[in-house]
Write a protein that binds this ligand. Structure first.
Ligand code: HEC
Length: 104
């Protein structure tokens, strides 16, 4: 069979980027464990954190929490946080990871 299945083609097109790209929360976790653990409690698997920064779970619980807005926030330099020069994709993935921690 030489024909590429249609679904597969869609996947490849999706991975090439653009607005179709879905956020990848698993990648967000990896990023968070690398860049954010120093100050934030990034998941409930982390027993110790600092008091200086809100836990990701508490951020997700905020009533005004919005995954899209958070992704934009992460791209802006923030006075109390080091500038991390995240790519748009990384910012989306981190936001998706944080959004997952909202308890139902
Ligand atoms: C050097 C410590 C430090 C690191 C590293 C850090 N943060 Fe923060 N972050 C803070 C502090 C302190 C605050 C609280 C800021 C405030 O109260 O204005 C904060 C606040 C936030 C907020 C909430 C902003 C709000 O609306 O109140 C988000 C979201 C956030 N950080 C995401 C991240 C992510 C994602 C990473 C990793 C990519 C990260 N932070 C890495 C110190 C840090």
């Amino acid at each position: 069979m030489r024909a590429v299945p249609f679904a597969m083609t869609l996947m490849i097109v999706g991975c090439a980027g653009g607005p179709l790209l879905a956020a990848d929360a698993e990648n967000g976790r990896t990023l968070a464990e690398r860049w954010c653990v120093g100050c934030h409690v990034v998941s409930d698997q982390q027993s110790k954190g600092t008091d200086i920064a809100p836990s990701f779970a508490s951020i997700a619980e905020r009533t005004d929490f919005n995954e899209e807005k958070l992704a934009f926030f992460l791209l802006e330099p923030h006075p109390k946080m080091p500038s991390m020069a995240l790519s748009r994709i990384e910012a989306k993935n981190l936001s998706a990871f944080i959004a997952e921690q909202k308890r139902p």
